[in-house]
Each structure stands twice: as C-alpha cells, then as structure tokens.
Design a protein around this ligand. Structure first.
Ligand SMILES: [Zn+2]
Length: 342
C-alpha cells in the first residue's frame, strides 16, 4: 500500500510517497481503509520537529481518519469488515483511572495517531478498535475527516471543560481555524451571542456566515477594547482560545467578572504572563483543554448528521501531494480544513 511519509524534519519537511507492507491488525486492532484524513496543526509540529518529544522518522502523519474497516484482529467482536468509521485520534488505554470514568483525554498512557504511531496519510492504517466510532450514514467521509479532530476538540472545550449557557457572550479567537469554525457553530447552537476574530476580510466573512454576530479584525491592536465596547464594558462570559503567545493575555481584557478562558493550543507561543490581580479579584477561570473524550466525538458526528455542525473545507489533496497540503496549511491561507484523500 502507499503512504505519504515524513522522512526528514524541516520547514518544509521532506516527504516521500512510499510503498509499504500492508498493515496487519494486532489483537484488539482493526485496519481502516482510509477515505479521507484531515491535516492539523499537530501534523505541522511533527513536520518541523517542534513537538516536546523526539519522533523517530520515517513516520506517516495524519490523525483525523475516516474510512471503512477492511480487516479486524483477534478479539474484536463489535466491528466487522465494511463498517463506516471515524477514529478517535488521541489513542487511549481504556484501563487507567481516567479512561474508566470516560475521560480518555486524560489517559495516563495516551498516544497520538500519526505521531506516536503511523497515521492516516496512507491507503490503510491499523488502529486500536477501542478508538473507532461509528460514522452515521448522513455524514460523508470528507465531513468526518474535517470535523473529527478539531470539531470534537471544540465540542470538548464548550460542553465538557467549560459550559455555555443560553444568552452567554462567547468570544471565539481565530474564526477560520478548524477549532474556531466549529466553536462558533457550537456556541451559536447553544444559544450564545458569538463574537469572533479574523486577520483577513475573507476570514471575517466566514465567521459571519457561521453565525458570529460580530467579527473583529485581529490585526488591529485594540480589538480587546472593541469586545468591551460591544458588550457595554461588561466583557464576555467565555473566551475560546487556541493561539497562546501574546493573544491569551489579551483575552483577559475581554473577560467579564466570573468569566472563563478555555484554551487548547499555543501556536503563537508557549510561555505567557498575565495580570494576576484583576484575574483573582474578578474571580475568573483559566481552563486547559486537550483532545477529546469518546462522548465528544460521538456528539460531534451526531451534530453533523443533524446538520447542526458543518465542516469548512478549504481544499482536498491526493496522497501524492501531501507535501503541498502541508504547505497550504502552513501558509495560513487556508480557509477551513485541508484534507488528504488516498
Ligand atoms: Zn487510559
């Protein structure tokens, strides 16, 4: 089978379309024939060698897999050849104290598909059967591959780590990203007033289309003042943040008393400082969010099947152009998700 493998780190990294032996399912695993696989910021970190751990190369990236089961290993009884599936990319042990209470995103032995083991930029990929989720008939492979990772990350942030109440003001940073575009729709569906940010007019128009009531130009230094103005100086109840760097401290300037910032990323910088005094006086919260639980992924696909959550797909590349897909995402010109289809 063919796989697009990363063979050398860099910006850009070096990719090669390679002929590899067919993956064999170990006990408790299934082989999925990949129909679409989403590209994420995580893949770019792998490409540039920017992850906190050294990943041995070559490696087949790609965690956001949808496809059809082609083979199951011994002990797998709940899945069969031909089943349409999505894959939970944060692989989990199913046995630790966190997995036992349904919090796979906290698994003590968690691994990432496409990072710690070969992922979905290939014709077929072997995955633990416990990471499979049934794909509803109404959800296409492309929709699944565009929502499984970023969409369920947003679902985890907005319905598990933090809660959105009807009437809340929610600020979503970065409308055109996978997490941002899903977060706008989820917050809107939950009855919130949504404000978002975008660095170009095209991205801001997308935010409006997805349901944001107000969209601010993030290249203007005073955008937090605009948020305060829009909320009559009150500030928002929740900020959905995934950028880090100098953006995260600014989020506190937008936050109401008792409000919450929930964050799941650090693209713009991993070390921050912010003013502690107003933070505790206003009794605010900063919540970390990582990955997703099975419940979040099931909810994401259910919402997609019901038409409540729609993917924003920028482009779809064939497997032999995986390097171009990486370049597109890295250019920050992508409006929504970049997918690869074997
Ligand atoms: Zn576990």
């Amino acid at each position: 089978m063919k796989a697009a493998q990363l063979i050398a780190n860099g910006t850009p990294g070096r990719f090669e379309l390679r002929e590899l032996p067919e993956p064999q399912p170990a006990a408790g695993e299934a082989v999925v024939e990949v129909r679409a696989c989403g590209l994420n910021r995580l893949d770019l970190w792998l490409e540039e060698g920017g992850l906190p751990i050294q990943i041995p190369l070559p490696r087949t990236p790609g965690g956001e897999v949808s496809g059809i089961i082609s083979e199951v290993g011994s002990g797998v009884t709940t899945w069969k050849r031909g089943d349409r599936v999505a894959v939970q990319s944060n692989l989990f042990c199913g046995e630790c104290e966190f997995c036992k209470r349904g919090e796979e995103s906290l698994c003590l032995r968690g691994e990432l598909l496409g990072v710690n083991r070969d992922g979905g930029f290939a014709d077929r990929v072997a995955v633990p059967a416990r990471a499979l989720v049934s794909l509803p008939d109404a959800v296409s492979f492309e929709t699944s591959a565009a929502l499984t990772l970023a969409g369920s990350t947003a679902m985890h942030m907005l319905t598990d780590r933090a809660q959105v109440r009807a009437g809340d003001w929610v600020l979503v940073i970065g409308a055109s990203s996978g997490v941002g575009s899903a977060a706008i729709q989820i917050a809107k569906q939950l009855g919130a007033h949504v404000i978002s940010t975008g660095s170009t007019e095209t991205k801001r128009n997308l935010a409006k289309k997805l349901g944001a009531e107000f969209v601010l130009d993030s290249t203007q230094a005073d955008w937090p003042a605009e948020v305060r103005k829009l909320t009559n100086k009150r500030g928002v109840d929740l900020v959905v943040e995934h950028v880090g760097g100098d953006v995260l401290p600014k989020c506190f300037e937008c936050l109401a008393r008792g409000g919450t910032v929930v964050t799941c990323g650090a693209t713009a910088g991993r070390d921050i400082s912010f003013k502690l005094w107003p933070f505790f006086v206003k009794q605010q919260r900063l919540i970390g969010s990582y990955g997703r639980n099975r419940n979040d992924l099931v909810a994401t696909l259910d919402w997609a099947a019901a038409g409540k959550l729609q993917p924003v797909i920028d482009s779809i590349y064939p497997l032999d152009q995986a390097a171009a897909a990486f370049a597109k995402l890295r250019s920050r010109a992508a409006l929504g998700k970049v997918l690869v289809k074997p």
